[in-house]
Ligand binder design. Structure first.
Ligand SMILES: *Cc1c(COP(=O)(O)O)cnc(C)c1O
Length: 390
């Protein structure tokens, strides 16, 4: 192993660094100078743009995807005593949102090839309390939406998609987030398009959309955000105890321009993805499986599986190795059944979801941001090679 780090004399490659350009900076500056920083016309424009991109009538901007999931579950009429089926291979926010709504998350293990919820194992988890299926399109790979929509229809369940990785994802020509009742998106700093913190719910259901609008701003009647606008003061009424989940114009200012670049960013990540797939084909590790026909992968995360027996290095030692080489890496995700809170309150154990547990203990996410230069990508590849004694 060479002793000089790959990135010697060069900046650390930050994992998931967003690509922010002059347009975003100008729009934020404009927003700051305008005096209107909070929810307003830029949020409205961002909502309109995402609704157009997703070809849906309603899009509600919020301050995170966690907030989006929470309100989507509430708007679907789910609460205390209800069960929601989801995946163990996701960020904790997915199940926390179910818990915040007062409902109980029920896990279906993943298919180890797609890393998505295994649709053949969903029905055995359905009980009289089940109200919804909440799939996550892991890494941007579409779940089997034919199977999931059929199960949801057959059992009268709501379908809420966690599309935090899946802004560009399509399944048989249809866009992720439009299969069920509600689709939730994240614009967190590492996501495919960013606003810093931010999220959105999309829907074709007017009633649910309107409930989310109200719940997202204290439970005040619709359009209460306009009360300080040049349309004149508007009185509002509080119609339920809502939340403070609204997005600011400052955030939307970034999002509007990020969304306009979504295809260019996707093309760049796809290019990096293919470079990694070719470069790592002969290494003693598992790589992401090929794209399913008739789907569009969003290439949000590029994950490899490092198993000590085969690779000669443990996953955690490999993470340290990459960091020492000057390359930021991630873990998406330790299975949710590994966390003490869920073990203590829900009785989950790692054995409960064997595939997710095994993947979670071996997975490593490599940088795939459109901000990476060709040289950065070459450095990542070289650093990965150095981790294996070949
Ligand atoms: C990032 C993420 C979330 C939460 O998004 P925030 O905008 O940070 O609240 C939810 N689910 C998944 C799968 C995520 O990756």
């Amino acid at each position: 192993m060479s002793s000089t780090p790959v990135r010697q004399g060069k900046p650390f490659v930050v994992f998931g660094a967003p690509l922010i350009e002059e347009e975003e900076i100008q729009e934020v500056t404009h927003c700051l100078r305008s005096g209107w920083l909070g929810t307003g016309p830029k949020v409205q424009a961002f909502e309109k743009a995402l609704a157009a991109y997703k070809e849906v009538p309603y899009a509600m901007a919020l301050n995170s995807c966690t907030a989006a999931l929470h309100l989507a579950i509430l708007a679907a009429g789910i609460g205390k005593g209800d069960e929601v089926i989801t995946t163990p291979m996701t960020f904790c926010a997915t199940v926390n949102a179910i818990l915040h709504a007062g409902a109980t998350p029920v896990l279906v293990d993943i298919d180890p090839k797609t890393l998505n919820m295994d649709p053949t194992k969903v029905e055995e988890k359905i009980t009289s309390k089940t109200k919804a299926i909440l799939p996550v399109h892991f890494a941007g790979r579409s779940c089997d939406m034919d199977a999931l929509t059929e199960i949801a229809k057959k059992h009268g369940l709501k379908l809420i998609e966690d599309c935090a990785h899946a802004i560009e994802t399509e399944y048989k020509g249809r866009k992720a987030g439009t299969f069920g009742d509600l689709g939730c998106f994240s614009f967190y700093v590492t996501k495919n398009i960013v606003t810093g913190e931010g999220g959105m719910v999309i829907s074709s259901n007017e009633e649910m959309a309107s409930r989310i609008k109200i719940l997202g701003l204290h439970g005040m009647s619709k359009d209460a955000w306009k009360r300080f606008s040049d349309e004149g003061f508007k009185h509002y009424q509080v119609v339920e105890a809502g939340f403070k989940y609204n997005m600011m114009d400052l955030q939307a200012a970034i999002g509007i321009h990020q969304l306009a670049k979504v295809e260019r960013f996707w093309e760049r990540r796809k290019q990096i993805w293919n470079q990694y797939q070719n470069a790592f084909a002969k290494l003693p590790i598992d790589l992401p499986s090929g794209d399913e026909p008739n789907t569009r992968h969003a290439y949000h995360l590029y994950t490899i599986q490092v198993e000590k027996d085969r690779a000669g290095i443990s996953r955690d030692a490999f993470l340290d190795h990459m960091t020492a080489q000057g390359i930021g890496v991630g873990v998406h995700y330790l299975a949710l059944t590994e966390h003490p809170f869920y073990q203590n309150t829900l009785g989950w154990t790692p054995e409960h979801t064997p595939h997710a547990t095994r993947i979670g203990r071996s997975t490593v996410s490599l940088p795939i941001s459109p901000k990476l230069s060709d040289e950065d990508v070459e450095d990542v590849i070289q650093a990965v090679y150095r981790g294996f004694q070949i």
